[in-house]
Design a protein around this ligand. Sequence first.
Ligand code: SPV
Ligand code: MN
Length: 616
Amino acid sequence: MVFPMDALRLIRNRVSQEDFNRLSRIDNPKLFQFIAEYIKLCNPETIFVCTDAPEDRHYIREEAIRTAEERSLAIPGHTVHFDGYYDQGRDRKNTRFLLPEGVDLGPSLNSIDKQKGLKEINTILKNIMKGQKMYVLFFSLGPSGSEFSIPCVQLTDSTYVAHSEQLLYRPGYEEFVRLGRSDRFFKFVHSQGELENSVSKNIKDRRVFIDTEEDIVYSMNTQYGGNTIGLKKLAMRLGISLASKEGWLTEHMFIMGVRGPNNRVTYFSGAFPSLCGKTATAMLENETIVGDDIAYLRKKDGTIRAANAEKGIFGIIQGVNSIDDPVLWEALNSPGEIVFSNVLVTEGGFPYWMGKDGEVPERGINHAGEWRPGKRDARGVEIKPSHANARFTLGIEVLRTVDKEVHNPEGVPIGGIVYGGRDSDTCVPVEESFDWVHGIITKGACLESETTAATLGKEGVRRYDPMSNLDFLSIPIARYIQDNLNFGKGLKTCPVIFSANYFLKDSNGNFLNSKSDKKVWFKWMELRVHREVEAVETPTGLVPRYKDLKSLFRKVLNKDYSEESYNKQFALRVEKNLAKIDRMMNIYKKIPDTPDILFKVLKEQKKRLEKVRNRK
Ligand code: SPV
Ligand code: MN
């Protein structure tokens, strides 16, 4: 432990005069203590303190190439980074909360006794940066200088992490200078550990440990962005707990503007688990994007306002093509700062990913090294050209559909909230809830989704994922749901809550909708927010009328929408819905302190469904 009065001395002995001058512009002993502590423990050879200056940003980009964590591609500004073969997703098992004595987060959150956890990571972190450079970086989550902003400091020995954060987050050095002695800031310590061929070698010592008491996250022996980019999912866990204390919400949500009649813009936020179309939705061609992954929601003057915690996108690239994703396609094929990860790189220096326009290349380099079709790994599993969780990282400003309010310190007013999951057989493509409480409970708290490649482990297993936030919850589930229920109280304009399901299949396993249908669902929801179309009441919520969809399909997609399609897509799946309620009841019965209202709302829904079943 470094005492506050020793911190400055320790730092002064370890950094250059120039870097020390940069730090000295900030008057924050708590910050110095944190930095000194981890310089002492991780023991880097050199230290670079990064300000918001363009030359510093440029230096980080150059460092990424120098250290070979990134390689330049053919298009100017494009680079590629590879994570290790077994480091391609979020590591749920080794992501844990450090639990102080007497605190209980409930059985669903992965935790470890704080003292035991600290001992474990202090052992792993000791001298972990020996011979390496430590980058000290400052950012702001949320628009800077606003009620939404949370200043953050990141220590890392990875130039890829530093570079990604520069693309993804607003600069924060000047914010720290301005704030002086505040102790409301998040802290991240990351080390990729020993490297072999530029990737983390000691995967068995991969850890992501979260301390919500001190607002620190420790990440080590991993490079995959979801485990390492501190301000992304690591900060989200701190954000959820801070929001709960301060009375606002941190959500796994995009924010987008949807155009209604007469160029009206209605803002939506939407929660979808990873790899379920969240980013693609936020990038719909004729709408505007504010954010694609993490939203902060605050109540203001009787409305809910939302801001993007980030300013860039770390998105899944598989399946991105010129037809379905024109906005992104254009950005990915233009010069500009973009980091591709875990794609295949062709001999000409172009990235290839599965589902990209054109032929699969005959050869290239990917996260497993030299690649040829048919190549297998040590276990005999065929290696695809790119990983299913391969990603792109870019600043949101390179998208032509970026919303002009993206940096508004007040955020944007939310008209509708959407919860969606990967569900092949239960929920209709789009449905409105009866009210806030019904929406939070049946759409949000009861969200289920089939697992994807975004996390390590088996794909396609149906999993309960409340608000698509289960992986990131840092407070007991019951408290999180209660916070969401409370958030809708006392509003003058209450957002309308919807569910969406892009993944409904018929009995032969074929999708019932095409990817572009979501454009129609959003136009319908926009009209519903303003009560400009009517809807049909069912036991589970309010669904579109056929005639409204028919006209929207014509207007938006220039497509004929048959009554037969409508009937198939919007049929009420009574048995499946009843089975889902049973699953949810069983889950929530075991969750301590589940609000009574949840059981009441589910029982009412069950009754309505049984009534329909008995009528048949
Ligand atoms: C997600 O998986 O939800 C992501 C990427 O947005 S990660 O940073 O891995 O969480
Ligand atoms: Mn996400």
